[in-house]
Design a protein around this ligand. Structure first.
Ligand SMILES: [Zn+2]
Length: 675
């Protein structure tokens, strides 16, 4: 520990909540399903009655109190946008003008419908004007400018070998379905999805005026080209290893991967120097791109590119196109019964593309400084728990522990909203041109990202918008980030007892901290370098422990034949397992030296903590959405995020006095512990 221990800031572990006069609430006992034994199925026990009496709304694919609160945030955003929209005198380039006109244009559905497919024509004409395959570059570059990221993508990326520097990254992204398995696997459900997808593409083409025959053959063309791209794309498990996409390349190397593309013109268009530090995620994929440039006819390329522009901008077009897009991607694929009302979609677009402009207004109104201070304190308490936990791992050598301590000591904690806001004043938005406004927002996202390439990292930047009900860990910056949107009830509640706060947002905080030490995070050192800082034997031990968790999740089914892919959800599962344990340890520590909190309806404070986790995380999820998750989401379903980690924890089994043969108590050889 020697030197590094001294580096570790000493945080005082203090009570998360200030004392208040009003009684604090605890868990909701009416949400429990008491017919179920907590040691058999804690997901049902902790939250079953709530789910039974709160069916998933028609416009949602998941539902829980947490999702409900995320939707309530949108009511608040609507209020802000309605006010901005009414302020017709706002100065051009002011936040009010930009978000107000953007939202106002989006809400003007009759104008959007009256314009029909007219706004798309300019894009189709540009594609039609290409004379040969070697002339595709300017069109693809223009599409990239509006975030139509096919068949490859240019973005910024922190250099994993020099994490203070931003490099240009060429990624693979040639298809529209959620995962490559949809194109390649013989299972009936994928076959059906392919058939429906081809029909959907054809329908979309007829909606933009193509005759039946061209639409049908066009759909086949798109499917064939996307399938070829899917075949050479790495799968989600392979991509979990950051080394799989770590290919520092020179401009000349990129040219030799795909010599039939005009890279000189492409870099010039993007104002990126040829000697820029460059990474190519999937060189093999770029070779396939080149093959298609040589072998696929210009006519087919035109169909493919038209489809991608249409697909990416569908939500900004007229109602029949919006509805058809929803019918396949929302209703069929994810099981969402109904579209969200237009105002909510318009709020979501504003958040997505003008996120910090709207987010600044949101946090001014809804995120008090006290909330920030309390959340920061809580994160620090849980970081302390992680430090204590690592120091006591019997399988880890002092050498590796010392490096882990360095990582904990340098964790950057971001809470609420950025210290420095993005400047939107140059975004041109008008009240009567929603399609162009929509593209302007997407252009801003692209320019904002591109502008960072070839420069030192700006650590003030955020990867989520302030109203987002989510959080993340970024291993390259060794930072954990909690937007204001997640720091509100029911997860983070000023009026709730500590058991509830530690059991919900506390576990989320522990989860993000644990990401620093999951199968991906553990590959980065404390400054964000992608390098091995483990001793060989410690790394082996860590990987064996991870394999236990992967194996546990491989055995979780959502329906016969459809189960979790343990390796794909490994990082999130290590995060949950570590998160629950760390938050529990921090909670226990917070109880020391104080009068013991009262039982609630016979539930001890420890039991309340675990019930809080079940109530926060216990989402109801539509089966269609669960199927998509099994393929493409690194997160397990809500049910297994409750059952999985808790069944590994002796503290849970103790709290509920579970018998040794109970379903939530696996045999010792099956029990997993990473952190
Ligand atoms: Zn996570």
């Amino acid at each position: 520990m020697r030197v590094l221990k001294a580096l570790l800031p000493v945080f005082l572990l203090s009570q998360f909540l200030v004392s208040q006069t009003a009684p604090l609430h605890s868990i909701d006992v009416t949400d429990l399903d008491r017919k179920v034994d907590p040691c058999s199925d804690f997901y049902e026990f902790s939250n079953g009655a709530w789910r039974a009496s709160h069916p998933i709304p028609a416009t949602m694919v998941r539902w829980s109190k947490r999702w409900e609160s995320g939707e309530t945030t949108k009511d608040k955003l609507k209020e802000i946008l309605d006010t901005a929209q009414q302020d017709t005198g706002a100065a051009k380039g002011s936040t009010e003008q930009i978000i107000g006109d953007y939202y106002g244009a989006c809400m003007d559905e009759s104008r959007v419908n009256a314009r029909g497919i007219e706004p798309l024509k300019k894009w189709f004409a540009e594609i039609d004007a290409v004379n040969d395959n070697s002339g595709l570059q300017p069109v693809i570059a223009n599409m990239h400018d509006i975030l139509v990221t096919v068949p490859f993508n240019l973005s910024s990326s922190t250099d994993p070998h020099r994490p203070t520097w931003v490099l240009a990254d060429i990624g693979a992204s040639g298809y529209a379905l959620p995962d490559r398995d949809y194109y390649l696997k013989p299972d009936a459900r994928f076959k059906e999805a392919r058939e429906k997808y081809v029909k959907h593409i054809a329908k979309m083409f007829t909606l933009v005026g193509w005759d039946e025959k061209s639409a049908t053959s066009g759909a086949q063309t798109v499917m064939a080209m996307e399938t070829r791209f899917a075949e050479v794309s790495l799968d989600n498990v392979a991509l979990r290893d950051p080394r799989a996409s770590d290919h520092n390349s020179t401009f000349a190397q990129l040219q030799s991967m795909a010599p039939h593309f005009d890279w000189v013109g492409y870099f010039k268009h993007n104002q990126i120097a040829q000697d820029v530090d460059l990474n190519v995620d999937q060189p093999k994929y770029m070779q396939e791109f080149d093959q298609q440039l040589q072998q696929t006819s210009l006519a087919d390329w035109k169909v493919y590119l038209k489809w991608q522009v249409l697909h990416a901008s569908a939500n900004a077009l007229s109602a029949p196109i919006v509805e058809e897009h929803f019918a396949f991607f929302g209703k069929y694929l994810r099981g969402q019964a109904e579209m969200k009302p237009r105002w909510k979609r318009c709020v979501e677009f504003t958040d997505q593309y003008l996120g910090e402009a709207l987010g600044q207004k949101y946090t001014e109104k809804y995120f008090p400084p006290e909330a920030k201070a309390r959340a920061q304190e809580m994160v620090r308490n849980i970081l302390l728990a992680m430090r204590d936990d690592i120091l006591t791992r019997p399988w880890m050598s002092d050498e590796t522990k010392e490096r882990a301590m360095a990582k904990i000591a340098t964790f950057d904690i971001k809470v609420g909203y950025p210290d420095k806001w993005k400047d939107y004043s140059k975004v041109s938005v008008r009240r009567n041109t929603f399609f162009e406004d929509y593209l302007a927002g997407r252009r801003f996202v692209v320019d904002d990202d591109r502008g960072t390439i070839g420069k030192p990292v700006d650590r003030t930047r955020w990867g989520m918008t302030p109203p987002t009900s989510n959080a993340y860990y970024n291993p390259l910056w060794n930072e954990i980030v909690f937007p204001a949107g997640i720091l509100q009830p029911p997860g983070f509640d000023n009026n709730a007892v500590d058991a509830v706060n530690y059991g919900s947002i506390g576990v989320v905080m522990g989860h993000e901290i644990s990401h620093g030490f999951d199968d991906q995070g553990a590959r980065y050192d404390y400054v964000g370098n992608l390098r091995n800082w483990w001793t060989d034997s410690d790394l082996k031990q860590f990987q064996q422990r991870g394999a236990c968790v992967a194996n546990q999740f491989d055995n979780y089914f959502i329906e016969p034949g459809v189960h979790h892919n343990g390796k794909m959800v490994l990082g999130e599962s290590i995060g949950d397992l570590g998160g629950v344990k760390l938050a529990f340890l921090a909670y226990e520590k917070s109880l020391k030296g104080k009068p013991r909190p009262p039982d609630v309806d016979g539930f001890t404070p420890e039991q309340q903590f675990f019930i809080a986790w079940g109530q926060w995380r216990g989402d109801a999820i539509r089966i269609e959405e669960q199927r998509v998750m099994m393929q493409a989401d690194p997160h397990p379903t809500g049910k297994y995020r409750v059952i999985g980690p808790l069944s590994n924890l002796p503290q849970f089994q103790e709290a509920f006095s579970c018998k040794a043969d109970a379903p939530m108590v696996p045999s010792a050889d099956k029990r997993c512990e990473v952190w």
